[in-house]
Design a protein around this ligand. Structure first.
Ligand code: C2E
Ligand code: MG
Ligand code: MG
Ligand code: MG
Length: 291
C-alpha cells in the first residue's frame, strides 16, 4: 500500500516539479534582463523621527514590474537573486541609484540618510568597500549619509573577515544597522564588538502593539539594550497611531511604516520631502511633518 502511494506521488510530483523549475528559470531569466530593460526601480520609504514627525531618512527598496509576470514582490525575487548570484549586480545597481538620489536630495538642501539593504553575498565580494567609496566620491555624498542594513545572518558569516570590512566602512563614517532584529540567529556578542549605529526591530514585534504583552516586553528590552549600548532603534512596519504612540512612550526614536508612507517612487518621494517645486523650496521648515 505504501509503495502504491509512493508511486502515485511520484507520478504526480514529477511534472509539478518540472513546471516549478521551468517557471523559476523563466523568472530568473526575466530578472536578469529586467535591469537592462529598465523594468527595475528603486523606491524610497520614509524613516521618521518620532519626536518631531520629520522625515530624516529613507530606505531604498528594489521594485520589479515585468511585462509578463506583472509586479513581482521582493519577497520572491530577492531570494531568487541571492540563490542565483544575481544579487551582486542588482545590489550594486540599487546602491548606485540610492547614492545618486541622496546626493540629489542634498543638493536641494535636504540632507537625508539613505539606507541600503546588503545581502551576505554582496558583502563578501572582494572590493565591496572600495566600490562604495568610489560611488560616494563620484556623486559627492558624505559617508555619514549612507547607512547599510545588514541582517543578523550576514554578521554570523566569516566573523573575522567581516569585522575588518565593517571596521573599514565605519572608519569612513558610514552607518550600519541591523535589519529585522530579533528574527535571526542572534548572537548578542557582536553588538558590543561592532560599530553598529541602529537596530531595526522587525515588524513582527510591532504589529501586536500596544496590546500584546510579549511584543511590548521584547520591544522594551531592545530599547533598553540600545540605550545601554549606545545605538538608536527604528521600529519597522508601524501602521497605526496606537503603535506609534506606544513606541514613542517606550522611548523609541524612529519609525518606518505605512502610517507615514509605503515605499514611494523616487519622484513621489522628492515631491513629498522636497516640496512640489523642489528646486526653489530649499528649507526644511516647509516640509509637512509625518505624525
Ligand atoms: P526589509 O529590508 O525588512 O524592508 C522592509 C519591508 O517591509 C519592505 O518590504 C516594506 O515595503 C515593508 N513595510 C514597510 N512598512 C510596512 C508596514 O507598515 N506594514 C507592512 N505590512 N509592511 C511594511 P519589501 O519592499 O517587499 O521588501 C521585502 C524585503 O526584500 C526587504 O525587507 C529586504 O530584505 C528585501 N529587499 C528589498 N529590496 C532589496 C535590495 O535592494 N537589496 C536586498 N539585498 N534586499 C532587498
Ligand atoms: Mg531593510
Ligand atoms: Mg527590515
Ligand atoms: Mg523586516
Amino acid at each position: 500500500q505504501v509503495k502504491e502511494r509512493g508511486r502515485g506521488n511520484f507520478g504526480f510530483y514529477r511534472p509539478q516539479m518540472n513546471a516549478n523549475l521551468l517557471s523559476r528559470m523563466k523568472l530568473e531569466h526575466a530578472m536578469r534582463q529586467a535591469l537592462g530593460l529598465g523594468h527595475m526601480a528603486v523606491h524610497y520609504q520614509p524613516q521618521v523621527d518620532m519626536a518631531t514627525g520629520r522625515i530624516v531618512g529613507a530606505e531604498a527598496l528594489a521594485r520589479w514590474t515585468d511585462p509578463e509576470f506583472g509586479v513581482v514582490s521582493p519577497g520572491s525575487f530577492i531570494p531568487l537573486a541571492e540563490e542565483s548570484g544575481f544579487i551582486v549586480s542588482l545590489g550594486g545597481w540599487v546602491m548606485e541609484q540610492a547614492i545618486k538620489e541622496a546626493a540629489h536630495w542634498m543638493s536641494c538642501g535636504t540632507p537625508l540618510v539613505v539606507s541600503v539593504n546588503v545581502s551576505a553575498l554582496e558583502f563578501r565580494q572582494p572590493g565591496f568597500v572600495e566600490r562604495i567609496t568610489a560611488l560616494l566620491t563620484r556623486y559627492g555624498l558624505p559617508a555619514q549619509q549612507l547607512e547599510l542594513e545588514l541582517t543578523e545572518s550576514v554578521l554570523l558569516h566569516d566573523a573575522q573577515e567581516m569585522e575588518q570590512v565593517l571596521a573599514s566602512l565605519t572608519r569612513q563614517g558610514l552607518r550600519l544597522s541591523i535589519d529585522d532584529f530579533g528574527t535571526g540567529y542572534s548572537s548578542l556578542a557582536y553588538l558590543k564588538k561592532l560599530a553598529i549605529h541602529r537596530l531595526k526591530i522587525d515588524r513582527t514585534f510591532i504589529c501586536g502593539l500596544p496590546d500584546d504583552e510579549g511584543d511590548s516586553a521584547i520591544v522594551k528590552a531592545v530599547l533598553g539594550m540600545g540605550r545601554a549600548l549606545g545605538f538608536s532603534v527604528v521600529a519597522e512596519g508601524v501602521e497605526t497611531q496606537e503603535q506609534r504612540l506606544a513606541l514613542h512612550t517606550m522611548g523609541c526614536e524612529y519609525y518606518q511604516g505605512f502610517l507615514c508612507a509605503p515605499a514611494l517612487s523616487a519622484a513621489e518621494f522628492r515631491s513629498r520631502v522636497l516640496g512640489p517645486s523642489a528646486v526653489e523650496q530649499k528649507h526644511q521648515s516647509k516640509r509637512t511633518p509625518c505624525r
